[in-house]
Design a protein. Structure first.
Lengths: 485, 65
């Protein structure tokens, strides 16, 4: 066993221990387990939101995208800066409603706001569906990470299963409190590792940032700007726009938002989160260094790890690996918990009214196990890059945004049918496009590339909005009649 | 709707509206290609603008429960 692996295993043990300590002395009801009893202050909310945003995807997927596609990767910095600003206006009313109605999950928000159990079931399913590619990213990264840092001693299949069991143990013992503490350690580590690698590697190999970009410009100049076709300017604008628009729609952000003590926390976070996003800049530097230093590398998702292994001693590779592991556990646990909470509150409770708290918690945990196993299988079967999976996940959650935003107004003209059918159409388009590998270019071969390159999520979003308004218009009367009788 | 909320639109206009015009390598700023510099600059500006809004908005002066 090498020193890198020892450090990674220590990190796993430590985070489980922290989870156990966080649990001790707290009576954990469903509300406690999921949202910590709504008592988190501004900085804690910041740590959790940042903790969910900067996952192992930031380390491996972002550097991989910069390595493979160059400037296209800049979309991540752009939408994070823009999206987090919206926290100022969007999150306070969401939080307020959730507090008044004792909402604990994204799907419950919908069922409560639109007064419809059916819509709650549907949103729960869409939410879980959207989390599947993201959890798959985490497992896939875990496989890459452990097999690379063990210098081939552990296969990625074994790594995924061991990592999955580690994640499950972590989720079972800790709940959101454990996540908050581990999240703090993880945020410090990931910030340190990213900034260190992002400064050290360019300086070590090229003398300075300027030197790095001169070298990239000589070696692969097309990596520094968006191409004319494909991941072009219109792809960039449409992708940044929809991702920023739906920034806080992740089901695993919802419990964090509800866990806040007050609304001011979200306005403070709108100030802190955009500049915090600059961290991603240093990941780009790593990806660009890899372009020059690892020209033969096939799988870009390995760029950061391969470059670290080429440059540093095993113990430091272990620190990078441990950071990646924590950056899997924290967001992973938040995702699994939010999926479990949605299924419990919106699918199991309505189907089995009067179910005891104990069996509720039991079914939530059983669901977490099933979902993990499913995602572990997906992570071994697909050959998509991490960045492709991330885009699919994002296109799915985007579909929840229109009817959620409109429901925050005093007079919501959208009906439960409008919300449901709109989302259904949007989600159906995203799924169809993902599985059939359709592109705008194959659908409309004669249109100019400005339109062909649009992110297909924006087409799904517009269809969603259109259907939402039309269906709402025709169902408004029937609902008015329903409520009178 | 408070008038200074409009400030928050600036980063959106700069990044979404500006992308087509700043998609170039030169001039380098601090050694960074211009397109990347532009986005990074507006990420910083986003925080500065939100800080200004945060300070101006009387909402944040109230003591909340």
């Amino acid at each position: 066993m090498n020193s890198a692996l020892v450090i990674i295993i220590l990190a796993l043990t430590l985070s489980i221990a922290l989870g156990l300590m966080a649990k001790r002395g707290k009576d954990m009801s469903m509300e406690q387990w999921a949202i910590g009893g709504r008592g988190f202050g501004g900085i804690f909310v910041f740590l959790l939101l940042a903790g969910e945003t900067y996952s192992v995807f930031t380390l491996l997927g972002t550097s991989g995208l910069a390595f493979n596609n160059g400037a296209a990767a800049f979309y991540l910095l752009a939408f994070t800066a823009l999206g987090t600003m919206t926290s100022y206006w969007i999150l306070p009313p969401i939080w307020k409603f959730a507090k008044e109605k004792n909402v604990v999950s994204q799907s419950q928000f919908f069922s409560s706001k639109y007064n419809s159990n059916g819509l709650g079931v549907f949103v729960a399913i869409v939410g879980v569906l959207a989390l599947i590619p993201y959890i798959t990213i985490l497992f896939k990264s875990m496989g890459i990470l452990v097999s690379a840092t063990s210098y081939g001693a552990i296969s990625s299949t074994v790594a995924v299963w061991v990592g999955m069991i580690g994640l499950l143990v972590y989720v079972m013992v800790s709940g959101i409190h454990g996540s908050a503490w581990t999240s703090t350690i993880k945020d410090v580590l990931i910030l340190f590792v990213i900034v260190f690698l992002g400064i050290y590697l360019p300086v070590h190999y090229h003398g300075s940032f300027g030197g790095l970009f001169q070298a990239v410009n000589e070696f692969k100049p097309q990596a520094l700007t968006l191409p004319h076709k494909g991941l072009s300017v219109s792809w960039f604008i449409s992708t940044v726009a929809i991702s920023a628009f739906a920034y806080f729609m992740w089901p695993h952000n919802a419990p964090t938002i509800y866990a806040s003590k007050n609304a001011k926390a979200f306005r403070l976070n709108a100030v802190l989160l955009p500049i915090y996003a600059l961290m991603v800049l240093f990941v780009y530097f790593v990806g660009f260094t890899a372009i020059v230093e690892l020209p033969g590398l096939k799988n870009g998702d390995l760029a950061l790890l391969e470059l670290s292994m080429k440059t540093f001693d095993p113990w430091f590779v272990g620190i990078v690996g441990a950071t990646g592991l924590l950056a899997t556990l924290v967001p992973g646990s938040m995702m699994l918990m939010s999926a479990a909470t949605m299924i419990t509150t919106n699918v199991i409770e309505p189907l089995k009214p009067g179910i005891s708290d104990k069996s509720k918690a039991f079914s939530a945990k059983g669901f977490v196990v099933l979902l993990s196993i499913l995602c572990a299988f997906f992570s071994m079967s697909g050959s998509e890059t991490l960045a492709t999976l991330y885009l699919t996940s994002f296109s799915l959650i985007t579909q929840m945004a229109p009817s959620l935003y409109l429901s925050l107004r005093k007079n919501n003209g959208i009906t439960k049918y409008g919300s449901g059918y709109g989302m259904f159409v949007g989600v159906a388009i995203v799924l169809y496009v993902t599985f059939s590998k359709t592109t705008m270019a194959s659908l409309f071969p004669s249109l100019p590339s400005v339109i062909q390159d649009l992110n297909i999520g924006i087409i799904a979003l517009f269809s969603n909005i259109l259907v939402m308004f039309i269906v709402s218009f025709f169902t408004k009367k029937s609902i008015a009649v329903e409520s009178k009788s | 709707m408070k008038p200074y909320y409009i400030l928050a639109a600036l980063p959106f206009i700069a990044i979404l509206g500006g992308a087509a015009f700043v998609n170039k390598i030169e001039p380098y700023v601090l050694g960074i290609p211009f397109f990347l510099f532009w986005i990074s600059f507006w990420a910083v500006m986003s925080s500065i603008i939100m800080f200004v809004i945060y300070r101006l908005d009387p909402l944040n002066k109230e003591v909340e429960e």
